[in-house]
Design a protein around this ligand. Structure first.
Ligand code: C2O
Ligand code: CU
Length: 464
């Protein structure tokens, strides 16, 4: 088994030029749809002399094209499905109209092969978001179906040259360097920490070299597109500050209070770096630091082209004094307690329920139940009190809302109460999050370790 601590080093590090995914800009004030075609394509993920991988991509590239719009604009995307199985697209982190959330089986039927679906929604908040397949995500995202969705400020705070998107993924490669598809769905991954890869890419390239301008305030938008890996990075090593988490700007750029910082699956972190020298971005979760992007400093014209800070989005503030507290106990998985679990309406003993393919549960229920986890009145403040009674860390994502992390048991460092759409919760830890349930519809709450979601860590709530 490949573990989180064992990032396979197949051979020497590849090097590649930094490639920016093709950019699709919304045609303003027109009814033209951007087209995203999900389909098979071939790509070398590893070195040039290695085998090609059979990927599933949007418009032939993984990551798919960067969709770049201005805050408040309407995004229109026509999805064509050229895959052999149904699919849909979720717009991760967007406080979106429920019908456009892209969750197969909850907000829309999955789009069958050969058919299309029109997404049309307003983006209310500036920031770094992403889109990805939301049908059998553990399979479709692992094969490459994701891309960046960048919502610019009304007046962009960074010039385009100083605004870099870095979509990070870890792929599980075979010995010949091709994507290991045979191990997709392995029970060992599903019952443990999820599917880990053994090769990191940034925008689909191995250890790219990226040019930055000396002395110029530069924004790095990091997006974790991995199925399960929590990246560990130390922005302090190159003097960077934190601008935003999960799309939401902090009130001012923050010096990280500790290191390494964790970037869980689906999470984003925008960094502010003003380079005076070359530097490396390293992944620190393995035994040795693993450099995955190299920044080369070049001379600029000396004038500052970027603001160096961001305006804060207007998200309704939770009313903690009048909040409803809803408890979520997370159970299951390897080395976890075996508890009686309900799946598809049937009560199963701790020994029996793993035979259904379900391995995890929230409050004793595996996967989506008939009844929602909670039914909120529109405008009500909800506190989710999430207790992780498993042996693994999880990356919990709320659809359609951003929340504040208001409490973490056992935390020795106060990192404030930032807005997030995905939070990490460690074994034996309780995390409390608060949000105003102001977006009507049926919303998922699930682990973004995609194998965990598929194997039970998936529930939903209703806002009337
Ligand atoms: Cu990014 Cu339900 O997902
Ligand atoms: Cu999980």
């Amino acid at each position: 088994m490949l573990t989180r601590r064992r990032m396979l080093q197949l051979a020497g590090m590849g090097t590649a030029a930094f490639s920016v995914p093709p950019i699709l800009t919304a045609a303003r004030a027109s009814d033209r749809f951007l087209e995203l075609t999900a389909g098979p394509s071939r790509k070398k993920l590893y070195r040039n002399d290695a085998a090609e991988s059979e990927l599933w991509t949007y418009n032939g590239s993984s990551p798919g094209p960067e969709i770049r719009v201005r805050v408040g604009e309407t995004v229109k995307v026509r999805l064509f499905n050229n895959l052999e199985e149904p699919t849909s697209i979720h717009w991760h982190g967007i406080r979106i109209d429920n019908a456009m959330d892209g969750v197969s089986g909850l907000t829309q039927p999955a789009v069958p092969p050969g058919e299309s679906f029109d997404y049309e929604f307003v983006v209310p908040d500036a920031g770094t978001y992403w889109y990805h397949a939301h049908n059998k995500s553990w399979n479709q995202v692992a094969r490459g179906l994701y891309g960046p969705l960048i919502v610019e400020e009304a007046k962009p705070a960074f010039s385009r040259d100083n605004d870099l998107t870095l979509v990070i993924d870890d792929w599980r490669l075979n010995r010949d360097g091709s994507l290991d598809v045979a191990s997709l769905g392995h029970l060992m991954d599903w019952s443990h920490g999820g599917r880990f890869g053994n090769w990191l890419t940034v925008n689909g390239e191995s250890n790219p070299e990226i040019q930055v301008v000396r002395g110029q305030a530069t924004r790095l938008r990091l997006i974790n597109a991995a199925n399960a890996r929590i990246f560990e990075i130390n922005p302090g090593r190159f003097g960077a500050k934190i601008l935003a988490y999960d799309g939401q700007a902090l009130s001012k750029p923050q010096i990280p209070a500790y290191a390494p910082l964790l970037l869980g699956p689906a999470q984003r972190m925008d960094l502010l770096v003003t380079p005076d020298d070359d530097f490396l971005l390293e992944e620190l979760s393995g035994d040795d630091p693993y450099p995955f992007a190299r920044f080369r400093t070049v001379e600029g014209d000396g004038t500052q082209h970027s603001a160096g800070s961001l305006p804060v989005n207007a998200i309704p503030e939770p009313d903690l004094d009048n909040a409803r507290v809803v408890r979520v106990d997370m159970t299951g998985g390897a080395m976890g307690r075996m508890v009686q679990t309900v799946y598809q309406g049937k009560i199963l003993s701790g020994e029996d329920y793993p035979r259904t393919g379900q391995l995890w549960a929230f409050n004793g229920v595996a996967n989506l139940a008939e009844e929602p986890l909670l039914a909120a009145q529109r405008g009500e403040t909800i506190i989710l009190e999430v207790f992780n009674d498993t042996a693994f860390m999880h990356a919990m994502h709320v659809h359609g809302h951003h929340f504040r992390v208001i409490e973490r048991s056992g935390a020795t460092i106060d990192d404030g109460d930032p807005w997030r759409d995905t939070f990490l919760v460690g074994p034996e830890q309780t995390v409390r999050i608060a949000f105003v349930a102001d977006n009507p519809g049926k919303w998922l709450f699930h682990c973004h370790m995609l194998e965990h979601a598929a194997a039970g860590m998936n529930t939903w709530f209703d806002v009337a």
